[in-house]
Design a protein around this ligand. Structure first.
Ligand code: SAH
Length: 352
C-alpha cells in the first residue's frame, strides 16, 4: 500500500475531506491506493444499487447555441458547425423508439437555443408525459430564468442536468467569455433544486488550466450542493474552437474522480459518459468498475449525430439508435451488470 490509504478510509467513512486532503489525493496518487479506492467505490455502488445500471435515452435535439464556451464544438462562433433542430414529431419519434427498447428516461439535451423558451417547448414536455406517463423527462438546455425552469417543472419535467463546469470563478473565466459567470450557474442550480427537480451538476476532467486546487473546490462545491446526479468526463479538444491545441483530459484521472465521487456520495446517480468512452474504447466499462451506475445510449437520429459534436472523435456518430442501445446492453452484460428498465430516480426524491 502507498501512503494514501488512511485518507481513502477517511473519505469512505466521513464522505468528505479537507481541501488540502483532496489535493493530496491527486498529488500523492499511486497505483496501489488508486486500486484500493476503486475497489471501495465499486463495492459502495454495488451495496447501494446492486449490479443495476440505469439507462437514459439521450436526444440531442438542437445544436443552435447562443453561448461561446471556449471548449465546445457547438459554440456560437463555430461557423463550421452545421446547425440543426429536430421537429417535435422527430423528438416524439425518438421517444417512441426508446420506449420500445425499454428506456424509461428521455434526456432532451441541446445548446442554448432560444427558440425553445416557455411555450411551445412546455407543450412538447406535456405531450411526452401524456404518451409516456411512466417515464422521466430530463432537460439539459442550459441557463434560463427561474420562471422558465418553473414552467418546465409544471409541464412535467423531472430532472435537469447543468454541469457547473468549474467552481472557481478564476477558472470559470478562463473557460468562458465574460458574459458567463459561475455565480449565475450556481444560481440556476440552486433554483432548479428549490423548484423540485432532481439536479445534475458536474465538470470536465483535465479542462484547460485546471489545477488540483480547482478540482478540490469542485468536490467541495458538490458537497455543499448535494446534487442527485453528477456528470463528469474528460475534456476532449475540438479542432474548430480556441482550445483546439489544448491537451485532452485522461481516462485514468476521470476514473479516479469517479471513485472519489462515489465515496463522497454513495447514492448519487453517476454516469459513465460518452466522452469517457471516446477517450478510451473501454472507458465506460471502466467507469462502472470505478463506481458509475448510469449509461446514456443515444436516441438521436443518425443523420444529426455528427452535427452534435462537442469534441473531436465522438463515438457512435454512425449508429442507429437500435445499434447504440444493443451495443451498450452488451457492454454492460459482459462485465457482469444488468441494464435495467426503470426510471431510476434518486432514492431521496419525490415530485413536489
Ligand atoms: N447547453 C447545455 C448542454 C451542454 S453539452 C448546457 O449548457 O448544459 C453537455 C456538457 O458537455 C457540457 O456541460 C460540458 O461539460 C461538456 N462538454 C462540452 N464541450 C466539451 C469538450 N470539448 N470535451 C468534453 N466535454 C465537453
Amino acid at each position: 500500500m502507498g501512503t494514501l490509504k488512511p485518507l481513502v478510509d477517511k473519505l469512505r467513512e466521513e464522505q468528505t475531506l479537507t481541501h488540502d486532503e483532496f489535493v493530496r489525493l491527486f498529488t500523492d496518487r499511486n497505483p496501489e491506493d488508486s486500486e484500493y479506492m476503486r475497489a471501495l467505490a465499486q463495492e459502495t455502488a454495488v451495496a447501494n444499487y446492486g449490479h443495476d445500471i440505469f439507462l437514459r435515452g439521450l436526444i440531442e435535439f438542437t445544436n443552435y447555441c447562443r453561448n461561446d464556451c471556449y471548449y465546445c464544438g457547438i459554440r456560437r462562433s463555430n461557423d463550421k458547425a452545421e446547425r440543426y433542430r429536430l421537429s417535435d414529431e422527430e423528438i416524439l419519434e425518438c421517444c417512441a423508439i426508446g420506449y420500445s427498447f425499454g428506456l424509461r428516461t428521455f434526456v432532451l439535451q441541446g445548446g442554448e437555443d432560444m427558440t425553445y423558451r416557455d411555450e411551445p417547448f412546455c407543450e412538447l414536455i406535456r405531450e411526452i408525459k401524456r404518451r409516456y406517463p411512466d417515464c422521466a423527462v430530463t432537460l439539459s438546455v442550459g441557463e434560463r430564468p427561474r420562471g422558465t425552469y418553473e414552467a418546465y417543472y409544471e409541464a412535467g419535467a423531472d430532472r435537469y442536468l447543468l454541469r457547473h463546469e468549474t467552481s472557481s470563478p478564476e477558472h470559470y473565466a478562463k473557460l468562458h467569455p465574460s458574459g458567463l459567470t459561475i455565480e449565475n450557474r450556481k444560481r440556476c442550480l440552486k433554483d432548479l433544486k428549490d423548484i423540485g427537480f432532481q439536479i445534475g451538476a458536474g465538470f470536465m476532467v483535465g479542462s484547460p488550466y485546471q489545477t488540483y486546487d480547482y478540482l478540490a473546490e469542485d468536490f467541495e462545491y458538490l458537497k455543499e450542493l448535494e446534487p442527485h446526479m453528477i456528470g463528469i468526463g474528460p475534456f476532449i479538444h475540438h479542432k474548430d474552437t480556441p482550445f483546439a491545441d489544448m491537451p485532452d483530459g485522461s481516462c485514468e484521472e476521470t476514473l479516479y474522480c469517479l471513485s472519489i465521487l462515489r465515496l463522497m456520495f454513495p447514492r448519487v446517480l453517476l454516469p459513465a459518459t460518452t466522452a469517457l468512452g471516446t477517450i478510451d474504447p473501454l472507458g465506460r466499462e471502466e467507469g462502472i468498475r470505478h463506481g458509475a451506475n448510469v449509461i446514456m445510449p443515444s436516441l438521436s437520429p443518425k443523420d444529426v449525430r455528427e452535427k452534435y459534436l462537442l469534441y473531436d472523435g465522438k463515438i457512435c456518430t454512425g449508429e442507429e439508435a437500435a445499434e447504440c442501445h444493443a451495443c451498450l446492453e452488451g457492454r454492460i452484460a459482459r462485465i457482469g451488470y444488468i441494464a435495467v428498465s426503470s426510471r431510476g430516480d434518486h432514492a431521496d426524491w419525490k415530485r413536489k
